[in-house]
Design a protein around this ligand. Structure first.
Ligand code: AHG
Ligand code: MN
Ligand code: MN
Ligand code: MN
Length: 280
C-alpha cells in the first residue's frame, strides 16, 4: 500500500499549489449529489485521477466529482474512494479544506475498508494515515515527516454540531444543548476535515451530522467521507455511529449514498447511542 500513500502525497503537493494559485470560482456543472462544482473541485479530481492511473495496484476508483466507478487496472488489489476537495465552499474565504481517501478491498462498502488517509490544507499541510493505528505527518520542505501518533481520550471537550439546525429532531436538539450545558465548547468550521482533525488532536469531543427533516439520511457520503473517518476514529480509540450502530456496519447500495454520522471519543459516542435508542 506504500505506493498508494506515495501517490496521495504527490497529489497533496499538487493540490496545495492548485489551492494557492487556482481560480476559486464555480463551474457550470453539478456533481451526483447536487453540489455545484467549483473549478477547484474538478481540477483536484483530475490531479488525483491522473496520479492514481499510474499506480498498478489500484483496481478502480470512486470520486465525489464523478458519477460512476472508474476502472483502472484489472489486476489491481485495491479500490479507492476519495473526496478530492472537502469543504470546498470554504476555499473562497480562506478557511481550511482537505482531501479524504478510503482504501477498500473486494468491494466498495464499510466491511471492506482497510485503510484511510486524509490531508488538511491549512496554514500547514498535514496528512493522517490510518491502518492499524493513526499516524500524523506534516509537509516540511517538500516531504512528509512523521510528527505523532493520534489517540483520543475517553472523554473530550469540544462539540461540533453540523447540519441545518431548524431541521433537527427535538431530541437531537436536546442532546446538543445538554452537551453544551455540560461545558463542551463549540468548535465548528463547516469543513469536516479540519473539524474532525481538531477533535482528534485536542483529545476528543463530538462531531455530528445527523439525519434531519430535510435530509433524513444526512449529507455526508459514506464511501469517501464517513467510512474513512470512522476507521480513523475507531483506531484512535473513539467511535463512529449513525445513532444506533457503528457506521462501519451501515450497508451501501449506491456509491454516492449518505448516512447520518457521529464521530467522537467513547463517552460522547455512548451518550449519542443512549439518546438515539431512547428516542429514534
Ligand atoms: P464537500 O465540500 O466535499 O462537498 O463537503 C462538504 C461537507 C463537509 O466538509 C461539511 O462537514 C459539510 O459538508 C457541511 O455542510 P453544510 O454546511 O451544508 O451543513
Ligand atoms: Mn461537494
Ligand atoms: Mn466533502
Ligand atoms: Mn468535496
Amino acid at each position: 500500500m506504500n505506493e498508494i500513500f506515495d501517490a496521495i502525497k504527490e497529489s497533496a503537493i499538487k493540490i496545495k499549489y492548485l489551492i494557492e494559485t487556482g481560480d476559486t470560482g464555480k463551474s457550470e456543472q453539478e456533481n451526483s449529489t447536487g453540489d455545484t462544482q467549483l473549478k477547484l473541485d474538478i481540477q483536484s479530481d483530475i490531479i488525483i485521477e491522473e496520479i492514481f492511473a499510474k499506480v498498478k495496484s489500484i483496481k478502480a476508483i470512486v470520486s465525489e466529482e464523478q458519477e460512476n466507478i472508474v476502472n483502472l487496472h484489472a489486476d489491481g488489489e485495491y479500490l479507492i474512494a476519495y473526496d478530492p476537495l472537502d469543504g470546498s465552499s470554504l476555499v473562497d474565504v480562506n478557511l481550511s479544506v482537505g482531501s479524504i481517501f478510503g482504501i477498500y478491498k473486494n468491494e466498495f462498502n464499510a466491511q471492506n475498508i482497510i485503510a484511510s488517509v486524509y490531508v488538511v490544507f491549512g496554514p500547514r499541510v498535514e496528512m493522517v494515515i490510518t491502518t492499524d493505528d493513526v499516524k500524523m505527518y506534516r509537509l516540511l520542505n517538500g516531504e512528509f515527516k512523521f510528527i505523532q501518533d493520534i489517540k483520543l481520550n475517553e472523554k473530550g471537550k469540544l462539540n461540533a454540531p453540523g447540519s441545518t439546525q431548524n431541521c433537527w429532531a427535538p431530541f437531537h436538539k436536546q442532546l446538543i444543548d445538554d452537551i453544551f450545558n455540560d461545558g463542551y465548547r463549540l468548535r465548528y468550521s463547516g469543513g469536516m476535515v479540519p473539524d474532525l482533525h481538531q477533535i482528534l488532536l485536542k483529545g476528543g469531543g463530538l462531531f455530528s451530522y445527523p439525519g434531519t427533516s430535510d435530509r433524513p439520511k444526512g449529507k455526508l457520503r459514506q464511501l469517501f467521507e464517513v467510512f474513512p473517518f470512522a476507521l480513523t476514529y475507531e483506531k484512535a480509540g473513539g467511535g463512529a455511529v449513525d445513532g444506533f450502530k457503528r457506521v462501519l456496519e451501515v450497508p451501501t447500495t449506491h456509491i454516492h449514498d449518505t448516512t447520518p454520522c457521529f464521530f467522537g471519543s467513547k463517552e460522547e459516542i455512548n451518550r449519542v447511542l443512549k439518546v438515539y435508542s431512547e428516542n429514534g
